[in-house]
Ligand binder design. Sequence first.
Ligand code: AN7
Length: 344
Amino acid sequence: MTYQGLIQRYGHFLDLPAHTKTISLLEGNTPLIPMPRLSAELDCELFIKFEGLNPTGSFKDRGMTSAISEAVGRGAQTVICASTGNTAASAAAYAARAGVRAIVLIPEGKVAAGKLAGAIAYGAEVIQIQGSFDDALALVVEITQKTPIALVNSINPFRIEGQKTAAFEICDELGSAPDWLCLPVGNAGNITSYWAGFKQYQKGLPQLLGVQAAGAAPLVLGQAVEKPETIATAIRIGRPARGEQALAAAQESNGKISAVSDEQILAAQKILAEEGVWVEPASAAGLAGLLAESAVGKFEARGRRVVVVCTGHGMKDPAIIADSFAAPRIIPASYAALLGLIGA
Ligand code: AN7
């Protein structure tokens, strides 16, 4: 059967109202990529769920197909979200597809180039807020309580419904849930969705390792972070809307929420790229957390099946790479110069 997107494939598992009008860009169906080198190093069976291969380059498309389909089905003319970037691009694309207006609020100067460009390309009205993601989220919550504008942040329960499908796909592909699922945590919608998805699908439950950036780790510190800071701008969030649910999921699964430094995140990004998978910094947090747990011996890797969720594509944030590497060398367009440079 031709692939028709997540609502078509898993709609019977999703709690969506009858008025839902499917808006799809054939999201989901992302590969579970085996990582033989990392597996050998950690003595486990490690896979990357590469969510960067969704239509707008991040996992957000799973929840956006469902949230926009519901909103449009009940007649919404305008949708709005606060975003560190990926939600903005995704909301913009699905709103464009549906022919409705999209407004996105982003923290000033802190959104990676590929995300901002995406939101603009898809035709969203992009507004920078002199504040953090958390400030922007408070604003969109207020305006959607007072006007008919539809909220498409992951506070919206239909976002969670759509994002459950990633857990379904992993179970379908492996035949059962993995032993461990490692993923970045920002506003905590995704970890909440995975846990709900695994519980519903009844193919076993993984232990969850949710990973925050050390400079934006309210769930590890046990309190909100007023001025979150991390190079992983996607998860630069100090007051996760679904923080309680994330903590409950980690605990129920006998897993944990941990924090890693920006250096650990960048190191994990490099390790993934060296095995052919380029992800944005936030998306490397899951692996960074796994490596940190393994190093202190808390993670019993041997023989385990581990899925690391890489939430967004490396192309979202080209500056992170471009800023830290020397520009490619320049030579005259001559064979001699080429041979002289590379040796042979
Ligand atoms: C690549 O786009 O919050 O814990 O506004 O872009 O479900 O928030 C993005 C979050 C992980 C964290 N990886 O997911 C937004 C936004 C990437 C992300 C997360 C985000 P949640």
